[in-house]
Design a protein around this ligand. Structure first.
Ligand code: NAP
Length: 538
């Protein structure tokens, strides 16, 4: 690349999860000098931090893995249909070792700032130790690549009195590595999203009393997890590339083929039969039971009513069952996938507190006060989710050309071109950023697609003697409008979901992921084929 000012690295990558590690591998393949900074004491990102009991993937393991290396995908054996957290972390560690990635990953190092310098054309990245104890350091690089994850910045609501609580508190996304002993303890769980749905059955087994504070009841579909079927594994491995290609044409992978039939075009009996089949199959495929579930409210309501019927049949106490019934659009918050969630509310030691009408008022020294009543507990689990998609970026002081803070540019919501790049921030890339399918696709293939696109782009710059790439404002505006328009055609904007930023008070309400993975991939390929249309190269 021409006009290169001396820099410590060609590229700095922030984060050593699935995205950062594969990015490093590709950068090395291009002969570029790269350094990955990672706040955790180990690699793995999401799967390093989320160690709460019951944590596992909601995408089937044969699909939730890298495909960039044929031997890797042949040799790795998943033990279960849905891999547990520990096994996914082992897999990521195996990849780090197998491709000798660790020597360029600096652990326990938090990136606090990244500033673009117009004069040198370099990014200056400031790091400190993860606990803030060590001196800050600065490192320069031509390219800065954010592999910071969509669900990595934890969200603990600002409950009055939080600091006064005398017992233990944990967030599911920062679970202690040594584990937690709940034996004989009274435990509160706040939240009923995916993390809560997975962990509550385990907490209920251990704790003396478990009190669940529910603001919005959730739709959860049984996982029907089981040891991985060896016959299925053989079949997939006999043509893994074909399996991946089929998966890429769908949102959630090859095992979730959508049914194009419209729910309201068939009889009630036929709908019931299809829902029952999907419920028995288990998992996220429930939401693609019919082609109109996320587009037509009436159709969606039939699916919602089916799940409500299941909840009524599983939960013995009609009052508890009633409280657990979700009423929002099914699937517009991410569907949960569970093992024994609703059934857990049949246990004598499990209590459900509905805080939808009377919110949690305070955390007291002895527990949680809601609806004028203090619930005494010894420990509180915050299963309260994440400042999703933009939170990890917002926690870094990112400044682009002219010193403009990203926080200012994104004050009314994230603005990106393809979710990969943002105008005014040259040579900055975001892997699975807002405006890309990310969380509405299978994350690992979505990450690989982004990493490959970025790597190919850097190769293109190198081949053409170029050193700078930046999204054009008009391309960005058009992309943001298109992303919004696509979302408006669906039922996704109708819930207070983290897709919309609605779970974090004060966060702009903007639908962040791009809906439609195959269309998105085609667009990225077209942009590259047209010489990076919509970008200024120099
Ligand atoms: P989440 O889906 O955002 O759920 C957070 C929960 O906390 C919600 O029930 C929310 O209620 C509640 N909450 C937040 N603030 C509250 C407050 N002030 N008072 C009372 N309740 C409050 O977070 P998550 O469960 O960690 O899951 C986040 C995402 O991570 C998932 O959607 C999924 O994409 C991913 N994930 C995946 C898996 C998996 O693969 N199986 C597992 C865990 C997480 P409201 O709904 O009313 O806001």
């Amino acid at each position: 690349m021409s006009g290169r000012a001396p820099a410590d690295f060609d590229a700095i990558v922030v984060g050593a999860g699935f995205a950062g590690l594969y990015m490093l591998h590709r950068l090395r393949g291009l002969g570029l000098r790269a350094r990955v900074f990672e706040a955790g004491d180990g690699v793995g990102g999401t799967w390093y931090w989320n160690r709460y009991p019951g944590a596992r993937c909601d995408i089937e393991s044969l699909e939730y893995s890298y495909q960039f290396d044929a031997e890797l995908q042949q040799e790795w054996h998943w033990s279960e249909r849905y891999a547990p957290q520990a096994e996914i972390l082992r897999y990521i560690e195996h990849v780090a070792d197998r491709f000798d990635l660790r020597r360029d990953v600096q652990l326990s190092t938090r990136v606090t700032a990244a500033h673009f310098d117009d004069a040198s054309g370099l990014w200056s990245v400031e790091t400190g130790s993860a606990d803030g104890s060590a001196e800050r350091e600065r490192h320069t690089a031509r390219f800065c690549i954010m592999a910071t994850g969509c669900l990595s910045a934890t969200n603990v609501p600002d409950f009055p009195g939080l600091e006064s609580f005398r017992g233990d508190t944990w967030h599911t996304g920062r679970w202690p590595h040594e584990g937690v002993d709940l034996e004989g303890r009274r435990v509160a769980v706040i939240g009923t999203g995916s993390s809560a749905v997975q962990s509550i059955p385990f907490f209920a087994e251990q704790a003396e009393q478990l009190t669940v504070f529910q603001r919005t009841p959730t739709y959860s579909i049984p996982a029907h997890n089981a040891p991985l079927d060896p016959e299925l594994e053989r079949e997939v491995k006999a043509d893994y590339a074909g399996f991946r290609a089929r998966a890429a044409a769908l949102a959630f992978g090859a095992n979730f083929p959508p049914n194009e039939t419209l729910a309201l075009d068939v009889s009630a009996e036929e709908r019931e039969r299809v829902y029952e089949t999907r419920w028995e199959a288990g998992g996220l495929g429930f939401v693609t039971a019919f082609g109109d579930l996320l587009r037509d409210r009436g159709a969606n309501e039939t699916a919602g009513e089916f799940v409500r019927g299941k909840i009524r049949s599983i939960v013995h106490d009609p009052e508890v069952a009633e409280k657990l019934l979700p009423s929002q659009v099914l699937g517009c918050k991410r569907l949960c996938v569970d093992t024994g969630y609703y059934d857990t509310f049949n246990r004598d030691n499990v209590h459900l507190v509905d805080v939808s009408a009377s919110p949690i008022e305070a955390i007291t020294p002895r527990g949680v006060r809601a609806g004028g009543r203090e619930h005494e507990v010894d420990a509180i689990v915050f299963a309260t989710g994440f400042d999703a998609m933009t939170g990890a970026l917002a926690r870094i002081d990112i400044r682009g050309s002219g010193g403009r803070p990203l926080a200012d540019k994104w004050a009314a919501g994230p603005l990106t071109y393809l979710g990969l790049s943002t105008a005014g921030f040259p040579n900055l890339f975001v892997i699975t950023g807002p405006g890309s399918p990310s969380v509405l696709a299978n994350m690992v293939p979505a990450i690989e697609q982004h990493v490959d696109w970025i790597a190919d782009c850097l190769a293109h710059l190198g081949e053409h003697g170029l050193s700078r790439i930046e999204a054009l404002p008009e391309a960005e505006t058009a992309w943001v409008e298109h992303t919004n328009a696509v979302a408006q055609e669906t039922l996704f904007p109708f819930c207070n979901s983290w897709y919309l930023g609605a779970n974090v008070p004060g966060k702009p309400r903007v639908f962040m992921p791009y809906i439609g993975y195959p269309t998105y991939v085609a667009k990225c390929e077209e942009v590259a084929a047209k010489g990076y249309e919509g970008f200024a190269l120099g």
